[in-house]
Design a binder for this molecule. Structure first.
Ligand SMILES: [Zn+2]
Length: 490
């Protein structure tokens, strides 16, 4: 094989940037691992083979390690975090190289307001100055000041509502729908990859199904997708799936069900039914879904909306930051208040809600079409451990320890499957010509260490993380490189 430098002139052979030798390559396809050297040049995977010859500026030994495509976190709320903490340590320390933002109906653009954004928009930031009037502005900012990770961004339907409606407690009228469509069009033209909804939340719960269809129509022509935090993930989870599929059919757009779950003890075990509904729909239309590997959710603090929780832990509070990490029931008892009254006193605030069954979580994770998304909330004082632990938890706990699926299947759920469903071209596989987003980890020790009591901890076993060919995490620390790209809709 003739290896050439980036000038592409075989007359001037020069050293390639990097070779990682002797790793077990888990290439993201789901196929069995194989031992090979992987050469990287100018941000891309150059060649793969046993005993690659040629000169390299850097040789790394991958013996005993797995080399996989960098993980794609398909469900994040990192819209502002990729600006405020460009190292994205909570993500790169897990092997994540790409984040999809703008989930659950909330995105950092397009919004131009002078007041604190209403929940759940404030999960991104409580400061209106942190929002961007257009996606063009947001992407330009990110390209001028890149993060460690790549960013693919969606437009939030709730953000569109806040941007265009004076009263969120009713469906949008024809004029408002027209304005939302215009903002969505602008965002897609700038490179946003799709639109999310959060019909569960108070900012969007008054939206009719037809409103969403009318806003989302025409997205397929632009190669965009639609993701949703459904209206109900508890008693009405089946009806909500039906609504989601209808939106996909009538707006003619691929749909992805975010953080699929069956909430509340009454609904434990119903993932048999919901996964069958998803499978049946997927035979007729494009349907995908993601999941995080925990039995608790996290969001804004709202004891009425999360009334199915058996336990609530405060994750942040503006007036009472000392409440973060405390059990809401205990706090309420100390103050002689109901949980509702205690929650009111803590607002604005966030919570962690224990409301799912381990059997459902495992069953959804084990489904061959489930993707992994953390849903981590990077601004929280006492975050849900999913922010720091999601991906190693799937690899270590669910794949290696519980043997729920092979490592190759686990990696596929966080790489090629995600890249395909979110239309991220040239990512998610270890293949020549693909971007060199890579993670080198120890398959015997990789494991999440973040817990509900100690949520801010690096995972074990992640040795090297590369984004577009540059190391961003090595030997347990961020390298300080910021090679992340904006992944505009192609
Ligand atoms: Zn959500």
């Amino acid at each position: 094989m003739q290896l050439t430098e980036g000038s592409d002139s075989p007359l001037h052979p020069g050293p390639l940037d990097t070779v990682i030798r002797n790793a077990a390559v888990v290439d993201g396809s789901g196929g069995p691992r194989f031992h090979a050297d992987v050469a990287i040049h100018r941000g891309k995977i150059h060649s793969i083979g046993v005993g690659l010859a040629g000169r390299f500026q850097q040789e790394l030994d991958g013996a005993g390690q797995v080399l996989a495509p960098g993980f794609i976190d398909v469900h994040t709320h990192d819209d502002y975090a990729v600006i405020s903490d460009r190292s994205n340590l909570c993500k790169i320390s897990q092997g994540v190289t790409t984040v999809v933002t703008g989930n659950c109906g909330v995105s950092i653009a397009p919004l131009n307001i002078r007041y604190r954004p209403p929940p759940p928009l404030d999960l991104l930031s409580g400061d209106p100055d942190h929002f961007f009037a257009t996606f063009e502005d947001y992407f330009k900012y990110l390209e001028d000041s890149p993060a460690a990770v790549n960013v693919a961004a969606q437009v939030g339907h709730s953000t569109l509502r806040v941007a265009t409606m004076s009263d969120l407690q009713r469906p949008a009228d024809a004029g408002e729908i027209k304005r939302m469509r215009r903002l969505l069009e602008d965002a897609l033209r700038a490179g946003a990859i799709g639109m999310s909804t959060g019909l569960f939340y108070r900012t969007a719960q008054a939206s009719t199904t037809q409103e969403v269809i009318d806003v989302a129509k025409g997205m397929r022509e632009r190669g965009a997708i639609h993701t949703t935090h459904m209206r109900d993930e508890a008693d009405a989870v089946a009806e909500s799936l039906a609504e989601t599929f209808r939106i996909g059919r009538e707006a003619d757009v691929p749909v992805i069900v975010s953080h699929h779950k069956c909430s509340g003890t009454r609904n434990f075990g119903r993932s048999i039914e919901t996964l069958a509904l998803i499978d049946a729909a997927a035979r007729q239309q494009e349907v995908g879904f993601d999941v995080y590997p925990y039995c608790a959710s996290s969001s804004v603090l709202d004891v009425e909306k999360f009334r199915d929780a058996t336990r609530i832990v405060v994750s942040w509070s503006i007036p009472h930051p000392e409440a973060a990490g405390r059990d809401l029931a205990e706090l309420a008892a100390e103050h002689g208040l109901s949980q509702k009254a205690m929650a009111d006193r803590l607002q604005p605030a966030g919570g962690i809600y224990f409301m799912m069954d381990e059997v459902d979580v495992s069953r959804i994770l084990a489904h061959p079409q489930s993707m992994i998304g953390s849903d981590g909330l990077p601004g929280d004082t006492h975050p849900h451990p999913r922010l720091w632990g999601t991906f190693p938890r799937v690899l270590g706990h669910y794949s290696r320890e519980l043997n729920l699926f092979p490592l190759e299947a686990a990696v596929r759920k966080m790489t090629s499957l995600s890249a395909r469903q979110f239309n991220l071209s040239n990512r998610g596989l270890v293949r020549p010509g693909y971007q060199a987003d890579l993670v080198l980890f120890d398959p015997l020790t990789v494991k999440d260490l973040a817990t509900f009591d100690h949520p801010v901890r690096h995972s074990a076993g992640i040795h090297l993380v590369m984004v577009n060919g540059a190391a961003v995490y090595q030997d347990g620390a961020a390298t300080g490189a910021f090679p992340g790209q904006v992944l505009r809709r192609s």
